[in-house]
Design a protein around this ligand. Structure first.
Ligand code: BDR
Ligand code: CA
Length: 313
């Protein structure tokens, strides 16, 4: 499989940070063309700042970071400081970045990159609300068919919801954007809560991050220490789910994951179930498959990969 040339669209977020670090630690498999920030876990001013902090933590101030949309397409922004802390990246103390934010708008960067690259050569990796991606598709419909694939974190079926009883956070924040993306015709691989809730940072796994002994290992362990207090309380689980790194791990080791090609539609009409991913897991509708919906993960293999790669930074 040829190297993945990717744009990471993100709202860091501790788990977004780990996803970015994993990508930057894996140059044989992944080339990060740019990072586009979107409003989500915290407002845009913080997500673009956090994205730059993470690049510098990885020793990669050369990766261009762009700021994108500061609100969802048709709704007020909902944030998740209750999970990620006031900064969005609470836990480790990371210095203010020296690298500059790019002047170009993230949506224009996505469009220009897709137009300039050979068709079918760039993969989009959204780790937050899908606002930037949908805006790019709306503004420049010609770029849609140029995307190689979208691998995203969002949605849920068996796990249902984490921000409402029926919706996962990334989809709930901008359901209109999600609908545009899921109906775009681009090949989509989805990492829903069904799989990310199996990627739990147990005490032993977090000790392994810390034991790497480098700055990145310590920072990731401290992020998880912060992030897990919320999930342990909420789910009574063994540790924090590392949602977003499932996306970048899939690019490196797809055999760690399994799922089904199914139809996924996004609820945008009902306030009660707004942002629900109506996933036809049992294939009862006859609607055409538009996504590979992942359901399972080799969690030990996933954490072994993460620990091995973070040690390289
Ligand atoms: C998703 O929401 C955010 O809080 C996480 O970063 C992840 O992308 C999980 O629902
Ligand atoms: Ca995220």
């Amino acid at each position: 499989m040829s190297k993945h040339r990717i744009i990471i669209d993100t709202d860091p977020g501790q788990d977004d940070a780990v996803a970015i670090l994993l990508a930057l630690a894996s140059p044989e498999e992944i080339e990060v063309l740019g990072i586009t920030a979107v409003a989500g876990n915290v407002p845009l001013a913080l997500t673009q700042l956090n994205a730059r902090k993470v690049c510098e933590l990885a020793g990669r101030p050369d990766v261009p970071v762009f700021a994108g949309c500061d609100r969802p397409l048709g709704r007020d922004l909902v944030t998740a400081e209750h999970v990620h802390g006031k900064t969005g990246l609470d836990g480790p103390v990371l210095p203010d970045p020296q690298m500059r934010l790019q002047e170009q708008h993230a949506v224009d960067f996505i469009i220009d990159t897709l137009r300039a690259a050979p068709a079918g050569s760039v993969t989009l990796c959204p780790l937050g609300p899908l606002t930037n991606i949908a805006m790019a598709f709306e503004k420049a419909p010609d770029v849609v068919t140029r995307v190689r694939e979208i691998v995203l974190m969002g949605g849920a079926y068996f796990e249902v919801g984490n921000i409402t009883p029926t919706a996962e956070f990334n989809i709930y924040v901008d359901p209109q954007a999600a609908r545009i993306v899921f109906r775009s015709g681009v090949q989509i691989t989805v990492m829903p809560l069904d799989v990310t809730h199996k990627a739990l940072v147990t005490r032993a796994r977090n000790d392994a991050f810390r034991a790497i002994g480098n700055r990145v290992g310590r920072a990731v362990a401290e992020m998880t220490d912060f992030f897990e207090r919320f999930d342990k309380e909420k789910y009574g689980s063994l540790g924090a789910p590392l949602h977003d790194p499932c996306v970048t791990a899939y690019l490196i080791r797809p055999e760690l994951f399994s799922g089904r090609h199914i139809n996924v539609e996004i609820e945008t009409g009902s306030e009660l179930t707004m942002g629900m991913t109506v996933a036809d897991w049992w294939r009862v509708t006859g609607r055409p498959a538009n996504a590979l919906f992942i359901g399972d993960i080799d969690a030990d293999g996933f954490f072994a990969l993460l620990t091995e790669r973070l040690a390289r930074l």
